[in-house]
Structures are given as structure tokens and as C-alpha cells.
Design a protein around this ligand. Sequence first.
Ligand code: CAA
Length: 380
Amino acid sequence: MFQLTSEQEMIMLMARDFAKKELEPYAEERDREEIFPEDTVKKMGELGLMGMMVPVEYGGSGAGAVSYSIALTEIAYACASTGVTMSVANLSEEPILKFGNEEQKEKYLVPMATGEVLGAFAVTDPGAGSDPGSMNTRAVDKGDYYLVNGTKSFITNGGYAGVINLIAKTNPEKGNRGLSAFIVEKEFPGFHVGKKEKKMGLRASNTVELIFDDCRIPKENLIGKEGQGFKIAMVALDSGRIGIASQSIGIARACLDEAIKYSRDRKQFGKSIGSFQAIRWMIADMATEIEAARWLVLSAADKKDSGLRFTKEASMAKLFASEVANRAAYKALQVHGGYGYIKDFRVERLYRDARVTTIYEGTSEVQRIVISREVTKAET
Ligand code: CAA
């Protein structure tokens, strides 16, 4: 039977305590006013939450993926927007950690992992989401630098990031094998932050377009080798999917707690609605699914910590947990009746926040592609 270690338990309690004090009281206002909590994000860096899978020698807390997952769940429970900020910051470190050289690690990974500099991960083009191989963002080799032109869309943290991991096309004839990964500093000439998206949910997270207009990236900022960009993105996304699964569990738990609380308080037909079987069954289903999602994500994270391949488990966790979050949000709102549909109750925000979890970092449909390929591998 899997048990959290005392260190993991401590990290969970630390994240819960931080979330209760620094996130929960402000989450509603930050959502309403679209406030990105820059100072709070800095404090999270000081607590080691922004470099949880990075070893101590590179500025991280070296806590590992299981600790990362449980801490992120606590953060997302209080504020799902801050959950995705943390998730993408940690994900953005993976390309440099796994494929970067020593100089890149010293120069970029250390400040990212300590939380001094926020990271972003730029794969998606306006016309290439699920299929990164068809992107138009182009990086042309000009000798001692690459000249980059194109637009990246829906980039979480993009407006506040000091370092961006960029995937761009270096060889248009080669599809997925023609992509390369680069490290971009926000001061590089030709790099601009474009429009900020007005989102349905996660409104306190930052989502922007990034524009590369004859942007010069020094040769030494290529991560790994030319042509490795797709693989680098996929490896990073495997970890990213543990993050989004954990965020989804945080949202789902918040939905469950809100549903329980409301069903105790709300009286109809002379008694608490929580005493009706219709409501109790919804609560039982939510709790059961959340528990199953939690074990799936812990299994993916544990495999990652053990150095094993975890692509299938991460996709299963992301697929299941994100759909559980959406079902939990639907049920929690249903329990609230008409009150769930107005902004006075937290469940309205949770419902909006849950929606994107089945879309970003690979839609549910993409996860099913990954899972089906993994489980049928032996036959093909
Ligand atoms: N680890 C290592 N290598 C991998 C890999 C993995 N997990 N997945 C694929 N690869 C390798 C393959 O082995 C293959 O290598 P070779 O070329 O050497 O054979 C290569 O990558 C191509 O793989 P596929 O043939 O499987 O590629 P595909 O074109 O069929 O695509 C896909 C598969 C699963 C649909 C993939 O394109 C995908 O995951 N798409 C979704 C992209 C995505 O998640 N975008 C989200 C953007 S980030 C975001 O949302 C962040 C945010 O801000 C919140």
C-alpha cells in the first residue's frame, strides 16, 4: 500500500497552509478582476514550489514528482489559476533539465527553479495545437544565431516569463522531426508579448500571444540538437500532464467540499438536501472518482520518481482527472441549483476553471491517442 513519506506529508501541509493564507482569501477577486498574483508567485518560488522536480544542485527543491503532484493539488484547490501558473513554471524547466547542457542549466535552470524567473513553454501556433508538427513558427540558421518569425498562442505565464522554452520549425520538410527547441530571454530583440486572452476560467493566470518578429536567438540557446524539438516537447508534456492532472484533482476536491457544505446548509421539503439519496449518490460518485484519479496521478508521479517511463500513466491520469474535474463541477453546480449559476458561490468559478483541463496540454482526444498507442504497442 502506497503511503506518503513524512517529507511528502510535510510538503503537502506546507502547500495547504500557504494556499489557505495566500490564495483562498483572494481567489474570487483575482478571478473577477483578472489579477495575476506576481508577488504571491514569487513567494511560492521562495518556498521551493517552482522547481520541485529539479535537483538541489540546479536550484530546485529536488522534492520529486509525487511531492509536486500533492503540493500542486493543494494550490489548485484554493486557486486553480495559481495551480496552472505553478504547473507551467515546473513544466518549463523540464526541457533544460533533460536536454540542456551545463551552461544552459547554470544560466537558465537555476533562476527558474528558485522562482527568481518565471518560465513559459511555447509550442502552440494559432494553426497548430494538437498537431505541433504543422506549426508555422520558423527558426532559420544564420550562422551564429537563429532568426525566428512567427506567433505562439495561448501561452500560459507568457506575459510575466523571463525565460521561454520555444519550439520552432528548423526544417519544414521534416514534419515532427523538423522542430527544434530554444531558450528565449524576454529581452531578446524581436520578441514581443502580444494580446492577453480574456478567458472563461483561470482568469488570474496569464495567457498571451508571443510574437517573434525577426527575433535573434543565439546559437548556444538551442536545446539539445536540431530536429529534437518534438521529442523534447513530448517529454516535457509527459511531466506537464502530471501537473494538469493534479490541478484537476484540486478543482474536483474543491467541488466536492462545496457540494457537501451546501447540501448540509440548504433545506428543502423540511430537511437538508444532503439527506436525499439523489444528492448523496452524486457526492458518493464524486468522492469515488476523485480517489481513483488521485491514485492514477500518484502512480504516474511515482513512476517518474523511479526513473521509469510514465507516458501512458501521465496521459491516463490527465485524461481521467480532467474529466473527473468536469463531472465534479457539473454535479457540484447541480447540487447548488440556481445558486450555483450565480457568482455569489465559489462553485460558479470552479465550473469555469475545470473546463479547460480537458483541453490544454493535450485534449482528452490526444490523451486517448497516446494511451491507445501505448497499450497496443506490442501488437504493432
Ligand atoms: N516521449 C519521448 N518521445 C516521444 C513521446 C514521448 N512521450 N511521444 C512521441 N515521441 C516521439 C516518438 O517516439 C517519435 O519519434 P521518432 O520520430 O524518432 O519515431 C516522435 O516523437 C513522433 O511521435 P508520434 O509519431 O507519436 O507523433 P504524432 O504526430 O503522431 O503526434 C500526438 C502524437 C500525441 C498527437 C502529439 O502530437 C501530441 O501530444 N499533441 C498534443 C500537443 C499538446 O499537448 N499541446 C499542448 C501545448 S502546451 C500547453 O497547453 C501548455 C499550457 O500553456 C497549459
